[in-house]
Design a protein. Sequence first.
Length: 135
Amino acid sequence: MSLALKTQSTVDAAVDSTADVHRIAISTSTSTIASYLSAMFGQQLTALMTGIDSPKTVGRWIRGQEPHPQHGARLKTVYQIALLLERGESRQTAQSWFVGLNPLLDDRSPAMVLADRPERGPDVMKAARAYLAAA
């Protein structure tokens, strides 16, 4: 297989995966998403990335309390990126990727970018796709 075809097939697979995780994210309950992220990152980091002060709030989401729409949107963004990375690599790699410094995010960790600048969620998703395309 030529490099151009291999690269195109990698891009096609990434597009399929991105569309798949988007469909999953919009159809998955908040409770399930909060549980998944809590298991992957812990309640404290999940709270930080979704812009809430108390990790206990993540526990309330797991038990069925609905978040404020702003926090719910951030929760789904984190979930979509985490799921994409886990499917493309592994859970451990996804965990490391979120807390490691990322050159595509001005040498900041994706977790901190999402915590401090939630409007950069699309940039974090692009960085995740770039990582998977290079893998």
